[in-house]
Ligand binder design. Structure first.
Ligand code: IMP
Ligand code: MG
Length: 192
């Protein structure tokens, strides 16, 4: 473990590092290589989903060897009941997607409801293709069946933070992905 990671573990309420900074970096580079090969000659538009996928989408873009655009969309989800979740787009794309190769970039696919909504929304705008790249996949909690073209890692049901993933808007800055060491109801000490 790096000195920096050891220091962060001491100062943050972290139970366990699930994916190290190095594991994430290597996997992101591999995904970027695959995507660069698959989309050679295409007109690639990466669409990152705010805010969780911001860091992943940017790192992915940085490692692509083909021309690509990057945009972000923002969505909100309303939970009417445990089963019914409604998704709405609160910040849309700035560019047209017609005839582009859209690759939606997500941090983690859980129920799949967010992506189910976005894929349908973009598909209706007649792009050349729409596919999904998610850093993490949690198939155990899937409600909507959606094909994932690129997946970084499969993960268990434990709630995760770091590398863009948050708990109440915190912990996105951690360079690794980790589980937290407190209950939902507990107040955690702010790291210093
Ligand atoms: P779903 O696939 O529609 O259920 O939603 C996935 C979204 O929920 C992700 O984009 C994350 O923003 C959030 N999410 C799901 N699991 C986690 C987690 O373990 N940590 C942080 N955010 C999560
Ligand atoms: Mg998200």
């Amino acid at each position: 473990m790096s000195i920096q990671a050891a220091d962060l573990i001491r100062r943050y309420p972290i139970r366990q590092i699930v994916l190290s900074e190095e594991e994430i970096r290597n996997r992101v580079q591999t995904l970027a290589r695959e995507i660069s090969q698959d989309y050679r000659g295409g007109d690639l538009l990466l669409v990152g989903i705010l805010k969780g996928a911001q860091i992943f989408a940017t790192d992915l873009l940085r490692h692509l060897s083909i021309p690509a655009q990057l945009e972000f969309v923002s969505i909100s989800r309303y939970r009417r009941s445990p089963e019914v979740k409604e998704v709405q787009i609160t910040q849309d794309l700035q560019s047209e997607v017609a005839l582009k190769d859209v690759l939606i970039v997500e941090d983690i696919v859980d129920t799949g409801l967010t992506l189910n909504f976005l894929v349908k929304l973009f598909a209706a705008r007649k792009p050349a293709s729409v596919r999904i790249c998610s850093l993490l996949d949690r198939p155990a909690l899937r409600l909507a069946e959606i094909p994932l073209s690129y997946v970084g890692f499969d993960v268990s049901e434990d709630f995760l933070v770091g590398y863009g993933l948050d708990y109440q808007e915190r912990f996105r800055n951690l360079p690794f992905i980790a589980t937290l060491d407190f209950d939902d109801s507990a107040v955690y000490p702010v790291p210093n």
